[in-house]
Design a binder for this molecule. Structure first.
Ligand code: ACO
Length: 332
């Protein structure tokens, strides 16, 4: 294992999901679909939806408090807060609002957007600040409320997504570095496969002075393209991260993928020759919660004792951008 200056330990996790649960049968009352189609094609049975008065900040705050409590530090000890999200309450960013609600007075806070890869990108970003010695205690949150940006008349996308937040605390440590390797990738040439684009409406302020005002168009996705991309690129990027970590597939205790589709999880595990019992999945309960899916699944597995201190995990995020990445780390 490579030693890179200050070591990193992931010492706390937390998660929060909205109370309202929409199952496949009730969804079938809204669009022409069925529990059988959704469950067999995706593995999803339920998704949690944020009520109109629920903010992203509120969900993120709940997840963050759990992670901070598990790590044993105080919010006032945090040096940095990174909020990975595509659905901030405020287009200027929501990380500062979370900093204020937590009372993390000395922490610098910013948002990071990389869609469903956001948590992975955030973990690697946080690691750079810790390894350089700049910061010791980092709170990383992945949170999204995609239900606000889904076309609820489009059965090809609305069945997939749910809302939630997950968080981890990453700390500098004197022991061996627990982030063993990573690899991040982007391919903007395939951006159109998965978009939530701004839709400009031209307004003429004065003669010869036109600007655009408008809102965002709901999610559009070429499902088959994204599926093919994930099944090809995710095993590749995990293999690169394993190479950097100087360990093999057999050294992994858990495969923790972005929870997009059970068929993608199964295909990636199959390509890497990782047995099903090592694949973490909570898709049936929450669907695709975007940047929140990896930390929610991590937190649940830590709290129910599935993931134990010292376990080695390959995590991989993939999604809009297109973006994808993997990190090999040890819990605790
Ligand atoms: N219910 C019933 N029928 C449906 C539904 C539905 N909800 N959705 C699509 N269909 C129909 C289609 O209309 C099509 O019918 P047709 O053959 O008569 O045209 C048929 O089912 C097959 O459609 P496909 O798109 O080929 O279905 P597929 O097996 O590819 O599954 C899915 C679609 C689940 C979207 C899959 O392609 C997938 O999971 N793709 C990856 C999505 C993903 O991972 N996104 C992650 C990133 S998310 C982010 O970054 C925000």
């Amino acid at each position: 294992m490579k030693e890179l200056g200050v070591g990193i330990a992931i010492t706390g996790s937390g998660s929060a999901t909205p109370a309202v649960c929409l199952d496949n049968d009730r969804l079938s009352e809204m669009v022409e679909t069925s529990d059988e189609w959704i469950a067999s094609r995706t593995g999803i049975r339920n998704r949690r939806l944020a009520a109109p008065d629920c903010s992203l900040t509120e969900l993120a705050d709940r997840a963050a408090r759990e992670a901070i409590a598990m790590s044993g530090i105080a919010a006032a000890d945090l040096d940095l807060i990174i909020l990975a999200t595509s659905t901030a309450d405020d287009l200027f960013g929501s990380a500062s609002t979370i900093q204020a609600s937590l009372g993390a007075r000395k922490a610098v806070a910013f948002d990071l957007t990389a869609a469903c890869s956001g948590f992975l990108f955030g973990m690697v970003t946080a690691a750079q600040f810790i390894r350089t010695g700049a910061y010791k205690n980092v709170l990383l949150i992945g949170a999204d409320i995609l239900s606000r940006w889904v076309d609820w008349t489009d059965r090809r996308t609305c069945v997939l997504f749910g809302d939630g937040a997950g968080a981890v605390v990453m700390q500098a440590c004197d022991r061996a570095d627990r982030l063993l390797g990573f690899e991040l990738c982007s391919d903007g040439t395939q951006n159109k496969c998965l978009q939530l684009p701004y839709q400009p409406q031209s307004t003429e302020l004065l003669e010869g002075v036109a600007i655009a005002q408008g809102t965002y168009h709901p999610i559009t996705m070429n499902g088959q393209e994204v599926y093919r991309f994930a099944v090809k690129r995710v095993p590749e990027v995990i293999e690169k991260a394993l190479f950097r970590a100087a360990i093999g597939v057999d050294d992994l205790d858990w495969l923790l993928l972005h929870q997009a589709n059970q068929r993608i999880l199964d295909a990636v595990a199959h390509r890497l020759k990782i047995p099903d019992r090592k694949v973490i999945s909570n898709l049936a309960d929450y669907g695709n919660t975007s940047a929140a899916s990896i930390p929610i699944a991590l937190d649940e597995a830590v709290r129910d004792g599935t993931i134990k201190p010292g376990d080695t995990i390959a995590a991989s995020g993939f999604g809009a951008g297109l973006t994808w990445g993997a990190a090999i780390f040890q819990w605790g």
